[in-house]
Design a protein around this ligand. Sequence first.
Ligand SMILES: Cc1cc2nc3c(=O)[nH]c(=O)nc-3n(C[C@H](O)[C@H](O)[C@H](O)COP(=O)(O)OP(=O)(O)OC[C@H]3O[C@@H](n4cnc5c(N)ncnc54)[C@H](O)[C@@H]3O)c2cc1C
Length: 416
Amino acid sequence: MTRTVIVGGGIGGLAAALAITRAGNRDGPRAEHSAGHGARHSDGHQVIVLEQASEFAEIGAGIQLAPNGLHALDRLGLGDTVRARAVHIDELRFMDGVTGDHVASMPLTGVYRSRFGNPYVVVHRAELHRLLLDACRRSPAIELRADSRATGYRQDDSGATVLLADGGQVAGDAVIGADGIRSAIRRQLVGDGAPRVAGITVYRTVIPMERVPEELRWNAVTWWAGPGRHFVHYAIAGGRYLNLAPSVENGVTEAFTGVAVDRDRVRRAFADLDGTARRLLALGEDWRSWSLVDRDPVDRWTDGRVALLGDAAHPMLHYAAQGACQALEDAVVLGDLLDEDTDAVPERFEEYHAVRHERTARITHAARASTRLWHPAGAEAKARNEMLSALSGTALHDHVAWMHGAREFGTAGVRR
Ligand SMILES: Cc1cc2nc3c(=O)[nH]c(=O)nc-3n(C[C@H](O)[C@H](O)[C@H](O)COP(=O)(O)OP(=O)(O)OC[C@H]3O[C@@H](n4cnc5c(N)ncnc54)[C@H](O)[C@@H]3O)c2cc1C
């Protein structure tokens, strides 16, 4: 029996609990993927998830899941449920936010779905979290403890213990820090200080779809690219709401989350965008703002019996829409690797890092680089438009294949 203590009950922590206890689809693709080492798995896993909040919950609006995220959910046995509740997106649409020109579209239907084996969807973040939570609650092997804030860990050759702010301790054979971008477990394990402030503010709001004029409703994740800023929108909650998320490079140096902001301030920041984009932005009433943060990739996410997962391991700008997808991928890989051999935990964690670090670092860099595509002005923007509009659907698919099409979730796959 392996006892794993997971710090953090977000999307990553809950997915890891499911993957490790194999509460998901044992007879599905996991069996295929685990061929050759499936014999090491049995029912001998117990997981405790420690969450600092008084209840397990998630706030926020829509979350995009590319096929790789859905493949991970398939492995957890939740793919069908998520697909049934999600908005299936038809295309990623790129607009010049200044001229209003439609520059390019990446189709996400027919060929994309058959090539990558899953659709590209948007789900409500709270709904995804609740589905994971319900699945954890159904598993007798998972214990969920709220009001449990971790401050660090200690370990010896035979086990690892999470230290709690209230003086309590929770011991196990393995500890996973899934406690987000300001992870207490990472602070001790990596010690790389506060996250990097990217100098960008993102504003977010959600509006009921009936308030959106008919001619502005299309089933796409749409980018309006402008100088030093861009604006993204897409439907969420089965199409009942439109999620609006404009971003501006304003050199902000402080980290802040969810700060209420006046609607006029948002409108002024995007006053030079095209009329259609401005019409959509003008529908927003209750805006909140976040300053974007991430971290440089590091070479170490494990320390003996302790490992990091999700944003604690590789927090990235949300511009690649992959942070949650990568947390789900981490969870599946860990679930494949951890077995009942408690002595082997440090080795399994090293292997997990070896499988995952290169892919997640590449996505972290890709997310940062996306502003180079979205934020140019003048002649540079014109050259970008010419380059993008010349690409075929297949060429666009080739461009994202490494990210969206992954089913093994590692640079070299799980090497066993
Ligand atoms: C604006 C925005 C848009 C995004 N859009 C997308 C998208 O479209 N697609 C996508 O894939 N990703 C997206 N992401 C990224 C995604 O939200 C994150 O990568 C994902 O939520 C990370 O999950 P996590 O479980 O690792 O961390 P978190 O969600 O941060 O969860 C950490 C959990 O740990 C708990 N915790 C923290 N500290 C402690 C402690 N000391 N002790 C105990 N518990 C603790 C927290 O309360 C929380 O419940 C977006 C992010 C942002 C900011």
